[in-house]
Design a protein around this ligand. Structure first.
Ligand code: PHE
Length: 451
């Protein structure tokens, strides 16, 4: 049997896991959620939920993956098997299949949005080269453009995954993540110094405390936290299966959470002030209900209009910004595609090459159906995956690790890489917390949303 791939070092794991976590969720969704949900109040709720719910569930997912050193389908079954009982194993299999469906659906809409961003990136390049007709086509909405760009992005993702862990995921995360941080810092530095930026910083950072206990705010913050940490669809479980046993899972999970949160925070420092800088330039940033424009209108109207009015630096900034977006999207998309590809290679014996080809083709097909059907199906898929599949699978993982995983085996797994675990605060709190508090909290937030 061939030796299973592993990340070379903690650094490579962190880059890949951070690449999975940092994505459009951070740069696209987080800043506008903050601005729309009471500024600093959302930030506070988000930070709280990331640490009290996101972190413990992330540890659980990584542990399941590393314990079995196998794909999520096998990993879930192996952990369930430590509790005995055939029924547990079948439920674990079902859970695995739901996660694979979830991640494939997420990738199918993620690739569409990433395709638009790729279009804006290519268009900024074409404009710099003086090809204005091509530049126009790339940003003008049409089914053909969406199909071509989504296909291109999916191909790009598949070409990384096809190469496997060392040559693909590890190498590309190491190249792209430092670039992402560099772009983000340079742009933040520039925007914060522009007229109007201070007002944006206020809107971003000063909390409207009256909204802190608003259930809608808590639900949005939980959904955002799970999406941003890539939890509930086993992307982190797959990466955990490549994590060497010499690493401490609680520690690396904390590092991933901190990095992901830091990038989201930085993205907010860029996007919200940029909107107020745009307002100074005469660009509309509020809709008819006096809400800040968000997501699609923000990224594809407000920011391009701002770049256009910034004179000579404008085209360069546009290139940096859309480059940043595409990099963030790509490192997340490769983590998503890895889940079904890994399952197919390990459970059905496909070669990595053909598994990548078939899965990419299938997911690309779903994207095309979504493009053809339009907005309603798009929104439906987003809601199904991020509001239902992710929180419920996260809940199931917490229950699996908290209640079914045999205690001695769990202890042994966490102890590798963390030798004095038994004396740590983590071991005193985490298992009981994962058993009782996490499921109840996730369920409460979930039910509040249904209600
Ligand atoms: N965390 C990614 C983001 O913030 C999205 C993602 C979800 C990645 C699920 C992998 C799995 O954009």
């Amino acid at each position: 049997m061939s030796v299973r791939a592993q990340f070379k070092s903690r650094g490579s794991f962190l880059l890949a896991a951070a690449g999975s976590a940092v994505g459009l969720g951070n740069i696209w969704a987080f800043p506008t959620q903050v601005a729309q949900n009471g500024g600093g109040a959302f930030l506070l709720a988000y930070l709280l939920l990331v640490f009290i719910l996101g972190y413990p569930v992330l540890v659980a997912e990584l542990l399941i993956g590393r314990h079995s050193q196998a794909n999520p389908l096998t990993a879930l079954r192996r952990v369930a098997a430590t509790a005995g009982g055939r029924g547990y194993r079948s439920s674990a299999l079902l859970l695995g299949l739901v996660g694979i469906l979830g991640v494939s659906l997420i990738l199918s809409f993620y690739a569409i949005v990433s395709g638009w961003l790729l279009g804006y990136l290519l268009s900024s390049t074409a404009r710099l080269l003086g090809c204005s007709q091509a530049a126009g086509w790339l940003i003008h909405p049409s089914m053909l453009r969406d199909g071509v760009l989504t296909g291109l992005f999916t191909l790009l993702t598949a070409s990384v995954i096809r190469r496997g862990v060392a040559q693909g995921i590890e190498q590309w995360s190491a190249r792209l993540m430092p670039l992402l941080v560099l772009f983000l810092v340079v742009m933040c530095g520039y925007i914060v110094l522009q007229p109007g930026a201070m007002e944006g910083l206020k809107a971003y950072l000063v909390p409207d405390c009256a909204r802190l206990l608003n259930p809608q705010l808590l639900i949005s913050a939980l959904g955002q936290a799970f999406f941003s940490l890539s939890i509930g669809v086993y992307a982190m479980m797959a990466y955990g299966s490549y994590l060497p046993r010499s690493e401490s899972v609680p520690l690396v999970a904390a590092q991933v959470v901190l990095f992901d949160t830091l990038v989201a925070f930085l993205a907010g420092l860029l996007i919200i002030p940029a909107m107020f800088v745009a307002q100074q330039q005469g660009i509309t940033i509020y809709d008819q209900q006096q809400q800040l424009l968000s997501e699609t209108s923000l990224v594809f109207q407000v920011l391009p209009a701002l770049f256009e009015r910034l004179g000579v630096v404008g085209p360069g900034l546009a290139l940096l910004f859309f480059g940043l977006m595409v990099i963030a999207a790509l490192t997340s998309a490769i983590a998503m595609l890895e889940v079904p590809v890994l399952c197919l290679t390990e459970t059905c014996g496909y070669s990595r090459r053909s598994a990548t080809g078939w899965v990419a083709l299938g997911i690309g097909g779903i994207s095309l159906v979504i493009i053809k059907q339009g907005d309603q199906l798009f929104k439906g898929v987003v809601i199904l995956t991020t509001h239902y599949i992710q929180p419920l699978s996260g809940l199931a993982c917490a229950l699996l690790v908290g209640w079914l995983w045999q205690r001695a085996s769990l202890l042994q797994e966490i102890r590798s890489g963390y030798p004095n675990l038994e004396n740590s605060l983590f071991w005193k709190i985490w298992p009981g917390y994962l058993r009782f508090v996490c499921p109840v909290l996730i369920l409460l937030v979930f039910l509040a949303q249904c209600w």
